[in-house]
Structures are given as structure tokens and as C-alpha cells.
Design a binder for this molecule. Structure first.
Ligand SMILES: [Zn+2]
Length: 343
């Protein structure tokens, strides 16, 4: 086996965490030097933390918390060319493993993707910590992860550029990973959610933690994104959706993507059934949009097809009208499904 120790390097760390972690450490009388993340992975916040890292002579960055603080910390490590250790306390997105940070405006509107020089140097996930975090984060992570199989499938079918991997089309290995991720979600998703609601760790929880972080991260950054993430980006322009987590909007974005792509009804029902079983949104009302106007949804659709959006990895040209029609139809199908199945 040899020597299993590995060295990342760095003696002075800038540790970045969210307010909830700071509170929890205080409640448990644990004192350590942490820098409080201001809540949004914005250019201003990334600059502030980078300047702080420079002024303290930090030579390693440690990210503790959820997706937003991890995105900001990874961006700081990129700006400063320093190693980063990621310690997720929730698994609500595939941010922990990916070589990408999402940058938002200060009031939380999607702005851009920041491709990073490399993946995080170390990702440490303690499933007991995950089991003690609110189940809604685990569920949102499943919403982000469930899209990977379909989005990478779209990129493979179109042979178009994967926005996150230097324009490569997905390899067979990546498609196999994405499929394993999808099967794991369908197989273990509900059981894992129920276990985490009771703060328990079971093999299903371990499997979903791996699916939400490693499998989802690998499949999305090597398989590519498509419609689901673009529709998510479009939804972020409506302030009412900002209370909803990334993965919740991606899950509904996926349902709209499947409609827009003309996928078989059985595929759409399979994803709806999964979403309902774990509590992910299947209609607009569940995204805090009980009564959106035509103009609002048109604006979402127009944003989703902006130049550079991953929706253009679809195997046919996509217009705002198509997305608009798909969003309204996915919503109606979702309302129908809920009525029929009582979820
Ligand atoms: Zn995502």
C-alpha cells in the first residue's frame, strides 16, 4: 500500500464559512478563526475575500459550508492561485468537487460561470454532518444531480460543445457515471431523504451523498449542461424564485427541458415521479410562482436562450418561444401529476 499520506501544502489558512456554522461553533464552545462569508458568491465578495487572504498571507483556502460559500472560496483560491480544501456541510449542489464557480450579482441573479484552473485539492464530506443538516439541502442536491443524466445525454446526442470541458463531447465513461448517478437517485433518493429527516446515516444516505457531490460533479463538468441549467438561470431573474434553492429550480428546469426536447411521456413521468417522491418542485407554484404573468415567463425564456447559454447544446436550434411553451406545458403536466398522485 505504501505511504498513504498526501500533502496539499500551505501553513496559513483562510477558512471561509457561513453564518450558520459560526453560530453552531459558538453554541458548542468551539473557538477557531473563521472568516464569515457574506452570503452571495458575487464579484465583490470574491474580491473582498481575496484581499483578505492576501493581507493575512494565507497560502491555503478552506471552504466550510454550502454551495455559495464553496463557490466563493473556490473562486478565491483561483484568483490567488492557492490550493483549496472543501468541507461541505450540506450537499445541495455539485459545487464541492467541480472546477467551476458560479458568480451571482449581489442580489442573487445569475451572472456568469467562472471556470477554474483545476478541481479542489481535497473534498472532505462527513455524512454525520450532512445527516444533521436540513433535509431540504439533500433534496435540492438531488434536483441538481437528476439533471446530469439528461443534460449529458443531450450533449452526447448533439455532439455539441460541453461548456465546462473545453468543448469535448461526453465520453462513454462519463455517460456511464451519469447513468449510475441517475439510477442511484431513483433507487435511494426517497429513503435517504426520510433517513436525514431523522438525522440518520444509512447506506442510502451515503449513496446519495456520493451521487450529489462526486457523481453529479463529474458528470456535469465532463458531460455538460443543457436546457435545465439555462432555464434555472432564467428563473433566477424572478425575485420570488430566489428563496428556492439552485437544485429546486434545476429540477423544474429539467422537466421543461424534457418537454422542449419532445421526450417520451414515460420519461417525463419518471422524472416527475422522482421529484414528487422526494419533494422537488414539478410546477411553477412550487417555485413560489403561483400566478406568473405571460411577460414574466417570456422574460425567463429569453434569459434562458441568451448567447452562451448551455441550452444551445441541444441538437436543434432553440428559441425563446420554444422554452416559453415548454415551461407552461411542464407546469400544466406538473399540476396534473400532483392531482393524480396527491404529492
Ligand atoms: Zn447545478
Amino acid at each position: 500500500m505504501g505511504n498513504s499520506a498526501f500533502v496539499i501544502g500551505g501553513k496559513t489558512a483562510l477558512s471561509i464559512c457561513g453564518a450558520d456554522i459560526e453560530r453552531s461553533l459558538g453554541e458548542n464552545d468551539i473557538s477557531c478563526c473563521l472568516e464569515l462569508f457574506q452570503g452571495v458568491s458575487s464579484r465583490k465578495e470574491i474580491r473582498r475575500l481575496s484581499e483578505l487572504a492576501a493581507s493575512r498571507g494565507a497560502n491555503i483556502i478552506i471552504a466550510l459550508g454550502g454551495g455559495a460559500s464553496i463557490d466563493a472560496a473556490k473562486a478565491v483560491s483561483h484568483e490567488m492561485n492557492l490550493p483549496v480544501i472543501v468541507v461541505p456541510t450540506t450537499v445541495a449542489t455539485d459545487a464541492p468537487c467541480s472546477a467551476l464557480s458560479v458568480v451571482y450579482s449581489e442580489d442573487g441573479v445569475f451572472e456568469s460561470y467562472l471556470p477554474l484552473r483545476r478541481n479542489p485539492d481535497c473534498v472532505l464530506v462527513d455524512t454525520t454532518i450532512i445527516a444533521h443538516s436540513p433535509a431540504k439541502f439533500l433534496v435540492a442536491g438531488m434536483g441538481d444531480a437528476v439533471a446530469g443524466y439528461w443534460e449529458s445525454g443531450t450533449c452526447a446526442r448533439s455532439g455539441k460543445a460541453n461548456a465546462f470541458c473545453g468543448g469535448q463531447t461526453p465520453t462513454l465513461a462519463v455517460l456511464a457515471l451519469a447513468q449510475r448517478c441517475y439510477e442511484t437517485l431513483l433507487e435511494s433518493g426517497r429513503q435517504a431523504k426520510l433517513a436525514v429527516e431523522k438525522k440518520l446515516v444509512t447506506p442510502a444516505v451515503e449513496a446519495i451523498v456520493e451521487a450529489n457531490t462526486l457523481l453529479s460533479g463529474l458528470s456535469s463538468e465532463n458531460g455538460g449542461h443543457a436546457g435545465a441549467h439555462s432555464i434555472h438561470n432564467g428563473l433566477t431573474i424572478l425575485p420570488a424564485t430566489r428563496q428556492k434553492l439552485h437544485g429546486e429550480k434545476v429540477a423544474f428546469g429539467l422537466l421543461a427541458q424534457l418537454v422542449m426536447e419532445g421526450r417520451p411521456a414515460s420519461d417525463i413521468r419518471e422524472v416527475q415521479a422522482f421529484c414528487c417522491s422526494v419533494g422537488l418542485p414539478v410546477c411553477l407554484e412550487e417555485l413560489n410562482l403561483p400566478n406568473p404573468s405571460l411577460a414574466e415567463i417570456r422574460q425567463v425564456a429569453e434569459t434562458a436562450v441568451a448567447e452562451g447559454e448551455t441550452i444551445h447544446a441541444t441538437w436543434f436550434p432553440v428559441t425563446a418561444r420554444m422554452v416559453e411553451a415548454a415551461i407552461w406545458t411542464a407546469d400544466a403536466l406538473g399540476v396534473d401529476y400532483k392531482k393524480a398522485h396527491g404529492c
